[in-house]
Design a protein around this ligand. Structure first.
Ligand SMILES: Cc1cc2nc3c(=O)[nH]c(=O)nc-3n(C[C@H](O)[C@H](O)[C@H](O)COP(=O)(O)O)c2cc1C
Length: 195
């Protein structure tokens, strides 16, 4: 079992509360499933560029020629081949940092992560589960735009189970931070062994 951890946190190390939650989640998952292997990519340390029309065209040509091992398709291939996917991202501007959106542009490759059956998109990803871990300064509710978008991505790419854990309200002065983080840690304790 290969876990792909898409680290979309923007702070260094565990200054990022989101990354801390992801680390605990992975530790608890691995304690229950010592055979799982984790592959991590840290988006802020990669030189990801937003897609432009010419990139989309170059990618379409590569796929048409069957050159699926081209570096341009490496992230899509990695995403498609993972058994479990963990995405960790802080709640930024009601959503998530833009580097995560750019990453998604890189993995949405027809013929790698999804294909068309007539007009219908059919997911080609191997993962059974995607876990989305967030932390938020305020309260997001369950239908924040990032969560809704991640759910839609799972549906389109053929990942049957979407789960989410969010430490909410952790920057509100009137609310003590630690109990808010603890709620997310309790969720992690419950869900990680089942993952
Ligand atoms: C650029 C930026 C945008 C943010 N936007 C929001 C927001 O829209 N809503 C909110 O509740 N918190 C917002 N926050 C606060 C973060 O969600 C919160 O501090 C989070 O815990 C950061 O996670 P981290 O410690 O992993 O970086 C924002 C923080 C930053 C730096």
């Amino acid at each position: 079992m290969k876990i792909l951890f898409v680290d979309s946190c923007m702070k260094e190390g565990e200054d990022s509360r989101t990354r801390m939650l992801c680390r605990v989640f992975l530790e608890k998952t691995l304690a229950a499933h010592p055979d799982y292997q984790v592959e991590t990519i840290v988006l802020k340390d990669m030189d990801l560029k937003p897609y432009r029309q010419e990139d989309a065209q170059a990618r379409a040509e590569l796929i048409e020629k069957g050159k699926l091992d081209h570096p341009m398709l490496a992230l899509a291939g990695q995403f498609a081949g993972a058994d479990r996917i963990l995405i960790g991202a802080p709640f930024w501007d009601l959503c998530f940092p833009s580097l995560l959106k750019i990453y998604i542009e890189h993995i949405f490759a027809t013929g790698v992560t999804f294909r068309y059956d007539g007009p219908r998109a059919v997911g080609m990803c191997r993962a059974e589960k995607l876990m989305y871990i967030q932390s938020a300064g305020g309260f997001t509710g369950e239908n924040d735009p990032g969560t809704v978008y991640m759910k839609a991505i799972c549906e389109m790419l053929g990942i049957p189970k979407f789960e989410r854990i969010c430490a909410e309200g952790i920057d509100i002065q009137e609310i003590p931070t630690q109990p808010q983080i603890q709620k997310a840690l309790d969720e992690i304790e419950r869900l990680a062994p089942l993952w």
